[in-house]
Structures are given as structure tokens and as C-alpha cells.
Design a protein around this ligand. Structure first.
Ligand SMILES: *Cc1c(COP(=O)(O)O)cnc(C)c1O
Length: 418
């Protein structure tokens, strides 16, 4: 057998032994707060469509309307004729929402990160990141050629140390005949697998002190946090001088697909000329841009969606406490129930599915070893009764499991099974 085939088989065996194998399950149909899988309707606690906009009739009607005149796909890259008025209008709406001069659409969050970070830093520079940042931010730093240094989750002192270790600042380096080195500090706003928040004001102060740039990824917080859902950066009153690079995605609370970078006009002009994942790819479907502009408008105006999420979160947290989980204060719709062991997390997810609830078991390498969890994500489409029935089913499912061999390690801000 050749070496690559051998490696594939070895990796599969190891995954199986560690209960890390993933399987793909197609969803038949989506209904508000529900999915149909194998003909069975399940309450969907696996969706990042936090505001329930993906199925909103006004959004889907715009998608159909736009398809008639704009076509299914853009037909070209942005610079070579694919950039339509629907894209420009969505970019203007996103810039206005986030309080930035301009915004630039990308095909996905992955593509935004892989385009923006290597356009800003390279070999000899340093990229300082929270250890639990999304994989695309970490991979983008590696792709840039800069030195990637990660600090412990949410640890401002750790970030400080890493920025210090990045060496003397530009002026001193020039005096020693070395090329000046740039520093980019990057963080998720709301962490995707833990639901907690980055200490943005402290990180912005730190960046200013070191002459570094701060980049904030609002993938899970846009639409969910802040005034009119504008995100954590706006809620923290950090303008484009404090957070020069603001990234958001359209595939989560906005219910669509795609992403953007927002900042001052000079930054966006630079990305248009230097972000390779933007330059050399087909523009986002214009139909989607038109529909997402409607979603942005609804996300900004309809505070009831955020209020409902808050109420559902409070209800879930209090019932989890009653079930013996220690509940940290969580600001958003993501509730990680840390189980620890991979096989236990899978068994719980399977038991809950049998009871009519889709809740994904999240295992390494998505999360650190020993912190396998159920990730419950709430949406404005859920009803209070969904929470009550879920918690009752969770209690039954936990009762059927053998006791854990090892207690799960403590994690800040997360919810642990006792
Ligand atoms: C989902 C996610 C991304 C990737 O966005 P896609 O549009 O799904 O590629 C980036 N960053 C964070 C924090 C995310 O959660």
C-alpha cells in the first residue's frame, strides 16, 4: 500500500478508537426551530441561525425576486464584472451597521480570514491570537508567514506577554539595522464553542500600547449583541482606530452565506488590491446579497428577536442549574455542556436525538482534548416549551449513562456537568 493510503487508514483507526469519527447526516427539510431528518422532525439546537432569519418569508421572497433579474450566480469575480449593485448595497448596509467607512464582501468567513490576514502581515511579523480563536484565523496567520503566538483563552496578561515577546518595536529594530516588524492581535468576539466574550476594551488598549492592530471576528456576535445587534465591537464603543479590522459573517445570525471585512476606506482599498482569496474568486451570488440586505434590515430593527433569545437563555440556564450543571454567565445563544469524554458526549447526543432533539456532540480537534461537549445553540424560533422538554430529556439521558471516570477539567465561562 502507498504511504498516503496507509496514513488515511491509520488516521481512521485512531479516530475510531478515540470516538472522534464524524459522520455526515443530510437534513431533509427545515422549519422554524425544527429540522426533518430521516422523516422525523427534531427540535434543532444545532443551528447558528440565531435570529431565525434564514426562513423569514421576507428574506426568502427577496431571494426569489432577485433571482429573476440577477441570475443564480454572479458569473465573474468582483473586479472583472461580477460586482453587482446588490453587492454594493449590502456592503453599504454592513458598513453603516458596524459604524465603519466601508465594508468588503467575501465568499465565506474562511475566505475573509485567509484574504485579510496575509494582506496585512507576513514573514518577520507576529500574529498574536487567543488559543480558542476560530480555526480560519489561526490558519490565516500560518498562511501569512508571520510568527503565530497564542495566549491562554481570554487572558489579557498572556496577550501582553506575547506582544512583548514579539521583540522590540519598529524604531528600535530600525536602529539595529533590522526590518521593522508589525504585530496583529486577533480575537473572536464571541467564542464559537464556549459562548463567552473577548475582553475587547482591554485588548484594544493593549494593541494601542504596542502599536499593534486589533482584528475582531464578530461571526457569532453580529446580530446578537450590542445596540441594534451591531456586535460586540460597537457595544464596546470601539471605533476603527481602536479596532481597525472588523470581520463579520453572513451565515450565522443573518441566516445567509458569506462574510465581510469592515474598516476605513484605505484598508478596504488595500484588500481590493491585495487579498488573494477575494481577488481570485467568483463574487457572492447577487441573489444572496439582495436577500441578506433584507436580513440585515430585519436584524437591526427587530429587537424582539434578541429579547426572545435572552429570555430563552435565562430559562435554559436556570433549568441546567437545577439539573446539577454549574452555569456560568453566558451573554449569548451558545450553551456548551461540557461532558469531557468523547464517547459520553456521543451517547448523550444519540439519546437526545432519540427523544427528538438535534444537539451536536463537539469533540477534539474542534475543542481541546478532554472537553467534549454538547453545544446547544438557541434561536429566536424556539419556544419556551422546547427548552423545558429538552431539559427533561437531558435529565433522563444523563440518568442512563454510567458515571464518568474522570471529572471534566474546569474551563472559564463554560458549563460543566457535576
Ligand atoms: C463560522 C465561523 C467562521 C467561518 O465563517 P464561514 O462563513 O462559515 O466560513 C469564522 N470565524 C468564526 C468565529 C466562526 O464561528
Amino acid at each position: 500500500m502507498d504511504l498516503i493510503r496507509q496514513r488515511i487508514r491509520d488516521a481512521a483507526r485512531l479516530r475510531e478508537a478515540e470516538a472522534r469519527r464524524r459522520v455526515l447526516t443530510p437534513v431533509g427539510e427545515r422549519r422554524p426551530g425544527r429540522v426533518v431528518i430521516d422523516g422525523r422532525e427534531l427540535v434543532n439546537f444545532a443551528s447558528n441561525d440565531y435570529l431565525g432569519l434564514a426562513l423569514d418569508p421576507r428574506v426568502t421572497a427577496e431571494l426569489r425576486r432577485a433571482a429573476g433579474t440577477l441570475g443564480a450566480g454572479a458569473g465573474a469575480s468582483h473586479l472583472l464584472g461580477g460586482h453587482q449593485e446588490a453587492h454594493a448595497a449590502l456592503e453599504a448596509a454592513l458598513a453603516d451597521w458596524t459604524g465603519r467607512e466601508r465594508a468588503l464582501l467575501f465568499s465565506s468567513g474562511w475566505s475573509a480570514a485567509l484574504g485579510a490576514i496575509p494582506a496585512l502581515i507576513g514573514g518577520g511579523d507576529t500574529c498574536v491570537q487567543d488559543k480558542l480563536n476560530h480555526a480560519c484565523l489561526l490558519d490565516a496567520a500560518i498562511l501569512s508567514g508571520a510568527r503565530l503566538s497564542r495566549y491562554p483563552h481570554l487572558d489579557v496578561h498572556g496577550a501582553h506577554r506575547q506582544l512583548q515577546l514579539a521583540g522590540p518595536e519598529g524604531g528600535q529594530r530600525r536602529a539595529r539595522g533590522e526590518a521593522p516588524a508589525a504585530r496583529l492581535l486577533v480575537t473572536d468576539a464571541m467564542f464559537s464553542m464556549d459562548g463567552d466574550l473577548a475582553p475587547l476594551p482591554a485588548l484594544a488598549d493593549l494593541a494601542t500600547r504596542f502599536g499593534a492592530w486589533l482584528m475582531v471576528d464578530e461571526a457569532h456576535s453580529l446580530g446578537v449583541l450590542g445596540p441594534a445587534g451591531a456586535g460586540l465591537t460597537v457595544a464596546s464603543t470601539l471605533d476603527a482606530t481602536r479596532v481597525p479590522v472588523l470581520m463579520g459573517t453572513l451565515g450565522k445570525a443573518l441566516g445567509g452565506f458569506g462574510a465581510f471585512i469592515a474598516g476605513d476606506a484605505e484598508l478596504i482599498e488595500h484588500l481590493i488590491n491585495a487579498a488573494r482569496s477575494w481577488l481570485f474568486t467568483t463574487a457572492l451570488p447577487p441573489t444572496l446579497a439582495a436577500a441578506t440586505a433584507v436580513a440585515v434590515d430585519l436584524a437591526r430593527r427587530e429587537d424582539w428577536r434578541r429579547e426572545r433569545l435572552q429570555a430563552l437563555g435565562g430559562r435554559l440556564a436556570s433549568q441546567l442549574t437545577g439539573l446539577g450543571f454549574s452555569v456560568g454567565a453566558l451573554p449569548g445563544p451558545i450553551y456548551p455542556l461540557i461532558v469531557g469524554d468523547n464517547a459520553r458526549a456521543l451517547a448523550l447526543a444519540a439519546a437526545l436525538k432519540a427523544e427528538g432533539f438535534l444537539v451536536p456532540a463537539i469533540r477534539p480537534p474542534t475543542v481541546p482534548p478532554g472537553t467534549a461537549r454538547l453545544r446547544v445553540s438557541l434561536t429566536a424560533d424556539h419556544a419556551p416549551a422546547d427548552i423545558d422538554r429538552f431539559c427533561a430529556a437531558l435529565a433522563r439521558a444523563m440518568g442512563q449513562l454510567p458515571p464518568p471516570e474522570l471529572p471534566p477539567p474546569p474551563l472559564p465561562g463554560a458549563i460543566h456537568a457535576r
